[in-house]
Design a protein around this ligand. Structure first.
Ligand SMILES: Nc1ncnc2c1ncn2[C@@H]1O[C@H](COP(=O)(O)OP(=O)(O)OP(=O)(O)O)[C@@H](O)[C@H]1O
Ligand SMILES: [Mg+2]
Length: 369
Protein backbone atom coordinates (compact mmCIF):
# COMPACT_ATOMS: atom_id res chain seq x y z
CA UNK A 1 0.00 0.00 0.00
CA UNK A 2 1.56 3.31 -1.05
CA UNK A 3 1.56 6.30 1.23
CA UNK A 4 -0.60 9.38 0.63
CA UNK A 5 1.96 12.13 0.09
CA UNK A 6 1.80 15.80 -0.80
CA UNK A 7 3.61 15.09 -4.07
CA UNK A 8 1.00 12.52 -5.10
CA UNK A 9 -1.89 14.77 -4.09
CA UNK A 10 -0.47 17.68 -6.12
CA UNK A 11 0.21 15.36 -9.03
CA UNK A 12 -3.43 14.30 -9.00
CA UNK A 13 -4.73 17.84 -8.65
CA UNK A 14 -2.51 19.08 -11.47
CA UNK A 15 -4.90 17.21 -13.77
CA UNK A 16 -7.83 19.34 -12.68
CA UNK A 17 -8.43 22.30 -14.95
CA UNK A 18 -10.14 25.52 -14.01
CA UNK A 19 -12.51 25.42 -17.00
CA UNK A 20 -12.59 29.19 -17.47
CA UNK A 21 -8.83 29.64 -17.51
CA UNK A 22 -7.98 26.31 -19.18
CA UNK A 23 -5.11 25.88 -16.73
CA UNK A 24 -4.72 23.41 -13.89
CA UNK A 25 -5.48 24.45 -10.34
CA UNK A 26 -1.97 23.59 -9.09
CA UNK A 27 -0.08 25.81 -11.54
CA UNK A 28 -2.69 28.50 -10.92
CA UNK A 29 -1.69 28.28 -7.25
CA UNK A 30 -5.27 27.65 -6.21
CA UNK A 31 -4.55 24.70 -3.89
CA UNK A 32 -4.31 25.96 -0.31
CA UNK A 33 -4.07 24.58 3.22
CA UNK A 34 -3.31 21.03 2.12
CA UNK A 35 -3.35 18.64 5.09
CA UNK A 36 -2.73 14.91 5.03
CA UNK A 37 -3.48 12.66 8.00
CA UNK A 38 -2.89 9.01 7.22
CA UNK A 39 -5.24 8.28 4.33
CA UNK A 40 -7.37 11.39 4.81
CA UNK A 41 -6.82 14.57 2.81
CA UNK A 42 -8.23 18.04 3.30
CA UNK A 43 -7.54 21.11 1.22
CA UNK A 44 -8.99 24.37 0.03
CA UNK A 45 -9.30 25.60 -3.52
CA UNK A 46 -9.01 29.35 -3.98
CA UNK A 47 -11.08 29.93 -7.09
CA UNK A 48 -11.45 33.44 -8.44
CA UNK A 49 -15.05 34.30 -9.26
CA UNK A 50 -16.33 30.87 -8.39
CA UNK A 51 -20.07 30.28 -8.48
CA UNK A 52 -21.71 27.30 -6.87
CA UNK A 53 -21.95 25.25 -10.07
CA UNK A 54 -18.27 25.78 -10.78
CA UNK A 55 -17.27 24.88 -7.23
CA UNK A 56 -19.34 21.67 -7.37
CA UNK A 57 -17.77 20.79 -10.70
CA UNK A 58 -14.21 21.43 -9.50
CA UNK A 59 -14.87 19.49 -6.29
CA UNK A 60 -16.11 16.52 -8.34
CA UNK A 61 -13.12 16.68 -10.70
CA UNK A 62 -10.64 16.99 -7.82
CA UNK A 63 -12.15 14.03 -5.97
CA UNK A 64 -12.12 11.90 -9.10
CA UNK A 65 -8.48 12.77 -9.85
CA UNK A 66 -7.40 12.08 -6.26
CA UNK A 67 -9.13 8.69 -6.11
CA UNK A 68 -7.77 7.71 -9.50
CA UNK A 69 -4.14 8.60 -8.75
CA UNK A 70 -4.19 7.53 -5.07
CA UNK A 71 -6.67 4.65 -4.61
CA UNK A 72 -5.63 4.39 -0.93
CA UNK A 73 -7.26 7.70 -0.09
CA UNK A 74 -10.20 7.44 2.30
CA UNK A 75 -11.74 10.74 3.35
CA UNK A 76 -11.45 13.81 1.07
CA UNK A 77 -12.52 17.22 2.32
CA UNK A 78 -12.51 20.10 -0.12
CA UNK A 79 -13.39 23.61 0.99
CA UNK A 80 -13.17 27.09 -0.45
CA UNK A 81 -11.51 30.02 1.30
CA UNK A 82 -13.73 32.69 2.77
CA UNK A 83 -12.83 35.39 0.29
CA UNK A 84 -14.56 33.45 -2.47
CA UNK A 85 -18.09 34.71 -3.07
CA UNK A 86 -20.70 32.85 -1.01
CA UNK A 87 -22.12 29.66 -2.47
CA UNK A 88 -25.67 30.50 -1.46
CA UNK A 89 -27.66 33.44 -2.72
CA UNK A 90 -27.37 35.50 0.44
CA UNK A 91 -25.25 38.59 0.99
CA UNK A 92 -24.39 40.35 -2.24
CA UNK A 93 -20.78 40.29 -3.27
CA UNK A 94 -19.15 43.70 -3.32
CA UNK A 95 -18.01 43.07 -6.86
CA UNK A 96 -19.95 44.74 -9.64
CA UNK A 97 -21.96 42.51 -11.91
CA UNK A 98 -19.97 41.31 -14.86
CA UNK A 99 -16.73 42.11 -13.11
CA UNK A 100 -14.40 39.33 -12.11
CA UNK A 101 -14.18 39.32 -8.30
CA UNK A 102 -10.63 38.02 -8.92
CA UNK A 103 -8.52 36.04 -6.64
CA UNK A 104 -6.95 38.42 -4.23
CA UNK A 105 -9.37 41.18 -3.35
CA UNK A 106 -6.80 42.70 -0.99
CA UNK A 107 -4.40 43.53 -3.78
CA UNK A 108 -4.78 47.21 -4.73
CA UNK A 109 -7.66 47.99 -2.35
CA UNK A 110 -7.13 51.71 -2.89
CA UNK A 111 -7.49 51.66 -6.65
CA UNK A 112 -10.99 52.52 -7.82
CA UNK A 113 -10.91 51.26 -11.42
CA UNK A 114 -8.44 49.00 -13.20
CA UNK A 115 -8.53 48.88 -16.99
CA UNK A 116 -6.40 46.59 -19.17
CA UNK A 117 -5.24 47.74 -22.61
CA UNK A 118 -4.82 44.76 -24.90
CA UNK A 119 -4.58 43.72 -28.55
CA UNK A 120 -4.63 40.57 -30.61
CA UNK A 121 -1.53 41.60 -32.58
CA UNK A 122 1.73 43.26 -31.60
CA UNK A 123 2.79 46.73 -32.70
CA UNK A 124 -0.70 48.18 -33.08
CA UNK A 125 -0.05 50.96 -30.56
CA UNK A 126 -1.16 49.57 -27.18
CA UNK A 127 1.63 51.33 -25.31
CA UNK A 128 1.10 54.58 -27.21
CA UNK A 129 -2.60 54.42 -26.39
CA UNK A 130 -1.93 53.45 -22.75
CA UNK A 131 0.45 56.34 -22.01
CA UNK A 132 -1.71 58.93 -23.76
CA UNK A 133 -4.94 57.75 -22.13
CA UNK A 134 -3.21 57.72 -18.73
CA UNK A 135 -2.04 61.31 -19.25
CA UNK A 136 -5.47 62.42 -20.53
CA UNK A 137 -7.11 60.88 -17.45
CA UNK A 138 -4.60 62.64 -15.18
CA UNK A 139 -5.30 65.94 -16.96
CA UNK A 140 -8.99 65.50 -16.15
CA UNK A 141 -8.05 65.60 -12.46
CA UNK A 142 -7.93 61.85 -11.75
CA UNK A 143 -5.06 60.19 -9.89
CA UNK A 144 -3.65 57.66 -12.32
CA UNK A 145 -1.23 54.73 -12.27
CA UNK A 146 0.12 52.85 -15.27
CA UNK A 147 1.47 49.30 -15.05
CA UNK A 148 3.65 48.04 -17.88
CA UNK A 149 2.64 44.37 -17.83
CA UNK A 150 4.44 43.77 -21.12
CA UNK A 151 7.33 42.05 -19.41
CA UNK A 152 8.66 40.76 -22.75
CA UNK A 153 9.14 44.20 -24.30
CA UNK A 154 8.54 46.91 -21.70
CA UNK A 155 8.32 50.29 -23.47
CA UNK A 156 6.52 52.42 -20.92
CA UNK A 157 9.67 53.97 -19.33
CA UNK A 158 10.89 55.15 -22.74
CA UNK A 159 7.53 56.54 -23.78
CA UNK A 160 6.96 58.21 -20.40
CA UNK A 161 10.46 59.72 -20.46
CA UNK A 162 11.85 58.17 -17.29
CA UNK A 163 14.46 55.42 -17.47
CA UNK A 164 15.95 55.71 -13.97
CA UNK A 165 15.02 52.74 -11.75
CA UNK A 166 12.63 53.89 -9.03
CA UNK A 167 13.67 54.02 -5.38
CA UNK A 168 12.28 52.25 -2.35
CA UNK A 169 10.63 53.44 0.82
CA UNK A 170 9.51 51.41 3.83
CA UNK A 171 10.08 48.18 1.93
CA UNK A 172 7.96 49.22 -1.05
CA UNK A 173 8.96 50.41 -4.51
CA UNK A 174 8.13 54.05 -5.13
CA UNK A 175 6.66 54.24 -8.65
CA UNK A 176 8.20 56.55 -11.23
CA UNK A 177 6.16 59.66 -11.95
CA UNK A 178 6.03 61.89 -15.02
CA UNK A 179 3.36 63.83 -16.91
CA UNK A 180 1.15 63.51 -13.81
CA UNK A 181 1.06 59.69 -13.96
CA UNK A 182 2.65 57.13 -11.61
CA UNK A 183 4.07 54.14 -13.44
CA UNK A 184 6.10 50.98 -13.07
CA UNK A 185 7.72 48.59 -15.52
CA UNK A 186 9.97 45.53 -15.56
CA UNK A 187 12.05 47.66 -17.94
CA UNK A 188 13.39 49.48 -14.86
CA UNK A 189 14.80 46.30 -13.38
CA UNK A 190 16.17 44.40 -16.36
CA UNK A 191 19.30 45.61 -18.20
CA UNK A 192 18.44 47.21 -21.55
CA UNK A 193 18.81 44.87 -24.51
CA UNK A 194 18.96 41.67 -22.50
CA UNK A 195 16.49 39.05 -23.67
CA UNK A 196 13.70 38.23 -21.31
CA UNK A 197 12.72 34.62 -21.15
CA UNK A 198 9.80 34.03 -18.85
CA UNK A 199 7.97 30.86 -18.04
CA UNK A 200 4.31 30.88 -16.98
CA UNK A 201 4.75 30.98 -13.18
CA UNK A 202 7.53 33.60 -13.53
CA UNK A 203 5.23 35.83 -15.54
CA UNK A 204 2.64 35.57 -12.80
CA UNK A 205 5.22 36.36 -10.10
CA UNK A 206 6.64 39.34 -11.99
CA UNK A 207 3.23 40.89 -12.59
CA UNK A 208 2.19 40.26 -9.01
CA UNK A 209 5.28 42.18 -7.84
CA UNK A 210 4.50 45.12 -10.08
CA UNK A 211 1.08 45.32 -8.49
CA UNK A 212 1.77 44.32 -4.90
CA UNK A 213 5.24 45.61 -4.08
CA UNK A 214 4.69 49.13 -5.38
CA UNK A 215 3.39 51.92 -3.18
CA UNK A 216 0.56 53.07 -5.47
CA UNK A 217 -1.31 55.04 -2.82
CA UNK A 218 -4.87 55.97 -3.68
CA UNK A 219 -5.68 55.89 -7.39
CA UNK A 220 -8.83 56.66 -9.35
CA UNK A 221 -7.54 54.75 -12.35
CA UNK A 222 -4.92 52.14 -13.02
CA UNK A 223 -4.24 51.31 -16.67
CA UNK A 224 -2.45 48.05 -17.46
CA UNK A 225 -0.47 47.88 -20.72
CA UNK A 226 -0.52 44.20 -21.72
CA UNK A 227 1.71 42.27 -24.11
CA UNK A 228 -0.02 41.30 -27.36
CA UNK A 229 -2.19 38.21 -27.57
CA UNK A 230 -3.94 36.07 -25.01
CA UNK A 231 -1.19 34.49 -22.91
CA UNK A 232 0.04 34.16 -19.35
CA UNK A 233 0.20 37.88 -18.61
CA UNK A 234 -3.46 38.41 -19.52
CA UNK A 235 -4.55 35.49 -17.35
CA UNK A 236 -2.39 36.62 -14.45
CA UNK A 237 -3.84 40.11 -14.45
CA UNK A 238 -7.39 38.78 -14.64
CA UNK A 239 -6.64 36.49 -11.73
CA UNK A 240 -4.73 38.91 -9.56
CA UNK A 241 -6.96 41.97 -9.60
CA UNK A 242 -10.64 42.67 -10.15
CA UNK A 243 -10.42 44.27 -13.59
CA UNK A 244 -13.10 46.86 -14.18
CA UNK A 245 -12.80 46.33 -17.92
CA UNK A 246 -10.57 45.72 -20.91
CA UNK A 247 -9.93 47.79 -24.02
CA UNK A 248 -8.88 46.20 -27.32
CA UNK A 249 -6.62 48.26 -29.59
CA UNK A 250 -6.47 47.44 -33.27
CA UNK A 251 -5.24 49.00 -36.51
CA UNK A 252 -7.69 49.20 -39.40
CA UNK A 253 -5.95 46.62 -41.55
CA UNK A 254 -4.88 44.28 -38.78
CA UNK A 255 -8.41 44.03 -37.63
CA UNK A 256 -8.65 40.47 -38.58
CA UNK A 257 -11.95 39.93 -36.87
CA UNK A 258 -10.53 36.71 -35.59
CA UNK A 259 -7.90 38.48 -33.46
CA UNK A 260 -10.40 40.78 -31.81
CA UNK A 261 -12.75 37.86 -31.33
CA UNK A 262 -10.02 35.88 -29.56
CA UNK A 263 -9.30 38.79 -27.22
CA UNK A 264 -12.97 39.25 -26.53
CA UNK A 265 -13.51 35.54 -25.87
CA UNK A 266 -10.58 35.43 -23.45
CA UNK A 267 -11.84 38.35 -21.38
CA UNK A 268 -15.35 36.91 -21.38
CA UNK A 269 -13.99 33.61 -20.13
CA UNK A 270 -12.49 35.32 -17.10
CA UNK A 271 -15.60 37.51 -16.63
CA UNK A 272 -13.92 40.81 -17.52
CA UNK A 273 -16.29 43.22 -19.30
CA UNK A 274 -15.08 44.83 -22.50
CA UNK A 275 -15.00 48.63 -22.47
CA UNK A 276 -14.70 48.62 -26.26
CA UNK A 277 -12.43 48.74 -29.31
CA UNK A 278 -10.07 51.58 -30.36
CA UNK A 279 -8.89 51.94 -33.94
CA UNK A 280 -5.34 53.27 -33.88
CA UNK A 281 -3.27 54.48 -36.84
CA UNK A 282 -6.48 55.44 -38.56
CA UNK A 283 -6.72 58.24 -41.15
CA UNK A 284 -3.54 60.21 -41.98
CA UNK A 285 -4.11 63.95 -42.37
CA UNK A 286 -1.36 65.63 -44.42
CA UNK A 287 0.09 68.45 -42.31
CA UNK A 288 0.72 70.50 -45.48
CA UNK A 289 -2.44 70.15 -47.56
CA UNK A 290 -4.83 68.61 -44.97
CA UNK A 291 -5.71 65.86 -47.41
CA UNK A 292 -6.82 62.62 -45.75
CA UNK A 293 -5.13 59.34 -46.71
CA UNK A 294 -6.21 55.92 -45.45
CA UNK A 295 -2.73 54.43 -45.12
CA UNK A 296 -3.87 51.28 -43.36
CA UNK A 297 -7.43 51.45 -44.65
CA UNK A 298 -10.14 52.81 -42.36
CA UNK A 299 -13.17 51.72 -40.40
CA UNK A 300 -12.04 48.19 -39.59
CA UNK A 301 -12.18 48.86 -35.84
CA UNK A 302 -15.72 50.19 -36.04
CA UNK A 303 -17.03 47.32 -38.09
CA UNK A 304 -15.27 44.82 -35.79
CA UNK A 305 -16.95 46.48 -32.81
CA UNK A 306 -20.33 46.34 -34.55
CA UNK A 307 -20.02 42.72 -35.48
CA UNK A 308 -18.78 41.75 -32.02
CA UNK A 309 -21.52 43.89 -30.44
CA UNK A 310 -19.14 45.86 -28.25
CA UNK A 311 -18.78 49.66 -28.03
CA UNK A 312 -16.51 51.46 -30.50
CA UNK A 313 -14.46 53.93 -28.48
CA UNK A 314 -12.94 56.02 -31.27
CA UNK A 315 -10.18 56.49 -33.84
CA UNK A 316 -6.65 57.78 -33.30
CA UNK A 317 -5.06 59.19 -36.46
CA UNK A 318 -1.69 58.00 -37.72
CA UNK A 319 0.50 60.97 -37.13
CA UNK A 320 4.19 61.83 -36.90
CA UNK A 321 3.65 63.89 -33.75
CA UNK A 322 2.19 60.84 -31.97
CA UNK A 323 5.19 58.72 -32.95
CA UNK A 324 7.69 61.43 -31.97
CA UNK A 325 5.89 61.92 -28.64
CA UNK A 326 6.46 58.25 -27.84
CA UNK A 327 10.07 58.20 -29.00
CA UNK A 328 11.05 61.29 -27.03
CA UNK A 329 9.30 60.48 -23.76
CA UNK A 330 6.80 63.33 -24.02
CA UNK A 331 3.56 61.85 -25.34
CA UNK A 332 1.46 64.14 -27.52
CA UNK A 333 -1.20 64.60 -24.80
CA UNK A 334 1.50 66.16 -22.64
CA UNK A 335 3.47 67.92 -25.40
CA UNK A 336 0.47 69.51 -27.10
CA UNK A 337 -2.77 68.91 -25.17
CA UNK A 338 -4.81 71.20 -27.43
CA UNK A 339 -3.90 69.40 -30.68
CA UNK A 340 -6.54 67.40 -32.58
CA UNK A 341 -4.46 64.24 -31.98
CA UNK A 342 -4.58 64.80 -28.21
CA UNK A 343 -8.30 65.52 -28.39
CA UNK A 344 -8.84 62.08 -29.92
CA UNK A 345 -7.24 60.55 -26.79
CA UNK A 346 -9.18 62.87 -24.48
CA UNK A 347 -12.50 61.85 -26.05
CA UNK A 348 -11.69 58.18 -25.46
CA UNK A 349 -10.53 58.88 -21.90
CA UNK A 350 -13.97 60.38 -21.20
CA UNK A 351 -15.54 57.10 -22.28
CA UNK A 352 -13.30 55.27 -19.80
CA UNK A 353 -14.46 57.65 -17.06
CA UNK A 354 -18.11 57.01 -18.00
CA UNK A 355 -17.56 53.26 -18.09
CA UNK A 356 -15.88 53.25 -14.67
CA UNK A 357 -18.65 55.43 -13.19
CA UNK A 358 -21.30 53.09 -14.57
CA UNK A 359 -19.58 50.06 -13.06
CA UNK A 360 -19.29 51.86 -9.72
CA UNK A 361 -22.97 52.72 -9.64
CA UNK A 362 -23.88 49.11 -10.51
CA UNK A 363 -21.70 48.07 -7.60
CA UNK A 364 -23.33 50.55 -5.22
CA UNK A 365 -26.81 49.44 -6.30
CA UNK A 366 -25.85 45.83 -5.73
CA UNK A 367 -24.63 46.62 -2.21
CA UNK A 368 -27.80 48.59 -1.35
CA UNK A 369 -30.19 45.88 -2.65
N1 LIG B 1 -1.31 56.77 -33.97
C1 LIG B 1 -0.02 56.63 -34.25
N2 LIG B 1 0.59 57.43 -35.15
C2 LIG B 1 1.91 57.26 -35.44
N3 LIG B 1 2.70 56.36 -34.88
C3 LIG B 1 2.14 55.54 -33.96
C4 LIG B 1 0.77 55.63 -33.60
N4 LIG B 1 0.52 54.68 -32.66
C5 LIG B 1 1.67 54.03 -32.46
N5 LIG B 1 2.64 54.53 -33.24
C6 LIG B 1 4.04 54.09 -33.32
O1 LIG B 1 4.02 52.72 -33.68
C7 LIG B 1 5.02 51.99 -32.98
C8 LIG B 1 4.38 50.85 -32.20
O2 LIG B 1 3.56 51.41 -31.19
P1 LIG B 1 3.46 50.79 -29.73
O3 LIG B 1 4.82 50.45 -29.22
O4 LIG B 1 2.61 51.71 -28.93
O5 LIG B 1 2.67 49.45 -30.08
P2 LIG B 1 2.38 48.20 -29.13
O6 LIG B 1 1.07 47.62 -29.58
O7 LIG B 1 2.50 48.57 -27.71
O8 LIG B 1 3.55 47.24 -29.53
P3 LIG B 1 3.99 45.87 -28.79
O9 LIG B 1 2.97 44.86 -29.22
O10 LIG B 1 5.35 45.63 -29.33
O11 LIG B 1 3.94 46.16 -27.33
C9 LIG B 1 5.73 53.01 -32.11
O12 LIG B 1 6.86 53.47 -32.77
C10 LIG B 1 4.73 54.14 -31.98
O13 LIG B 1 5.34 55.42 -31.80
MG1 LIG C 1 3.72 47.79 -26.18
Amino acid sequence: MSEVTETLVLKALSQVLDPRLSRDIVSLNQVKNLQIEGCNVSLQIGLPAADRKLKDEITRLAEEALRLVIPEIEDIRIGFPEQSPPQTQSPPSQTPPGQNPAADEKLLPNVQSIIAISSGKGGVGKTTVSVNLAIALAQSGASVGLVDADIYGPNVPLMMGELKPPGQKDGKIVPAENHGVKFISMGFFVPEGSPMIWRGPMVHGAIQQLLRDVDWGELDFMLVDLPPGTGDAQLSIAQLVPLTGAVIVTTPQAVSLLDSKKGLAMFQKVSVPLVGIIENMSTFVCPHCSEETQIFSHGGGKSAAESLKVPFLGEIPIDTAIRIGGDTGTPITSADPASPQSKAFVEISKKLIDFAAEKKSEQTLKIIQ
